[in-house]
Design a protein around this ligand. Structure first.
Ligand SMILES: Nc1ncnc2c1ncn2[C@@H]1O[C@H](COP(=O)(O)OP(=O)(O)O)[C@@H](O)[C@H]1O
Ligand SMILES: [Mg+2]
Length: 341
């Protein structure tokens, strides 16, 4: 058993070239009520072309972690206080804003939960697409329109040429999310971070969008980080899954491992709370009792310990945070024995 160090580690995924290396990333918000430890020392890698899922309940630091990678944390009150983010060999944390702007949009694109807030309501979809194509790929006029049509086609929007003339409100929620994905692809990024991209959509559309994104990632060789509170979603579409709780990573492994051999009580709780297609008979969905801790004054030890029904209240991880250890090649879990089966 080896402890996960802050440096990069080997994984069992098929891709082997590291694209993004997040190391001990720590982001705090300095508020009147105290310091919110939103992201508290997380380390993970994303390889070229890999689909990585980041899961956890609301408020556990998924979005702040992604926004830290993109360097779009509102400051004040937020700040990256420790750690590093290395993308294609370049350090993003200390990068100046003009270079960072080149990376955002050109190399890393982000897709948000509610496309209506990211799309401009008074510009046609065509204009919003050609704008990024002009900016990022230097395409003009008819060439930009042709490329915009091709991208809309690619994300499954029928009669694409015609629809370029439409405004965002003329598209359904699912179609707007497809447009957002087309805009993200328009700059030909190496990495797309999708933050709850399907949460506002119904389940059938969710599955279609996720399948689309997974397919595009494979076709374009783009790496993808899918952030969601639904472990069922990522277990199906990701190569690897990272489970976050209270600003920390508590388990990580291939999607297959996490789905079939989850170790941490929290991961198992998340899995029990989503419907399983492979369930042999009707199984009642469970909820995890209690709430995530307040990140201003989190428990001194394992953040999940107050909700853990496995171990005794005297468990030593109540006082000392358990380290993330590799229990099997590429499968990491915090080492508290009480939380493990
Ligand atoms: N601008 C902000 N000011 C203060 N606290 C914030 C701010 N943004 C996020 N937080 C806090 O950071 C924590 C993590 O939030 P977030 O990353 O949005 O969670 P998730 O995406 O997992 O639902 C939460 O406790 C949230 O209240
Ligand atoms: Mg979020």
């Amino acid at each position: 058993m080896t402890t996960k160090t802050s440096k990069s580690k080997s994984t069992t995924t098929r891709k082997d070239k590291v694209l993004l290396e997040v190391n001990n990333l720590t982001t705090h918000f300095f508020t009147q009520d105290g310091v919110v430890k939103a992201v508290d020392g997380i380390s993970y890698n994303v390889h070229e072309g890999e689909v990585v899922g980041i899961v956890g309940e609301s408020g556990c630091g998924k979005s702040v972690g992604a926004m830290s990678v993109m360097k779009i944390i509102p400051n004040p009150p937020g700040r990256i206080v420790d750690g590093s983010v290395t993308f294609e060999g370049e350090d993003l944390v200390n990068m100046d804003e003009s270079r960072m702007r080149e990376i955002r949009g050109n190399r890393i694109a982000m897709v948000f939960q509610e496309p209506m807030t990211s799309l401009n309501p008074v510009l046609t979809i065509g204009r919003q697409l050609t704008e990024t194509l002009e900016l990022h790929q230097g395409l003009k006029g008819e060439d930009a329109l042709d490329k915009a049509e091709e991208l809309l086609n690619r994300v499954g929007i029928p009669e694409a040429r015609q629809r370029l003339k439409d405004y965002p409100h003329q598209f359904s929620g699912g179609m707007r999310q497809r447009v957002m994905i087309a805009i993200a692809l328009s700059c030909d990024p190496k990495l797309i971070i999708a933050d709850e991209p399907t949460t506002a959509l119904d389940v059938t559309i969710q599955a279609q969008i996720l399948e689309l994104m997974q397919g595009l990632a494979k076709d374009f060789g783009t790496a993808l980080i899918i952030i969601t509170h639904n472990l069922g979603v990522v277990a199906r579409y990701a190569d690897r899954v990272i489970v976050m709780y209270a600003g920390k990573i508590i388990e990580e492994g291939t999607a297959e491992e996490i789905f079939h051999n989850p170790i941490h009580a929290y991961t198992r709780g998340l899995l029990a709370s989503v419907p399983r297609l492979d369930a042999k008979e009707h199984v009642r969905l469970q909820t995890i009792e209690g709430l995530p801790p307040d990140l201003v004054s989190p428990p001194p030890g394992c953040g999940f310990q107050p909700r853990c029904t496995k171990g005794p209240k005297s468990c030593k991880c109540a006082e000392t945070p358990p380290a993330l250890v590799e229990i099997k090649k590429g499968h990491y879990v915090t080492e508290c024995k009480c939380c493990q089966k």
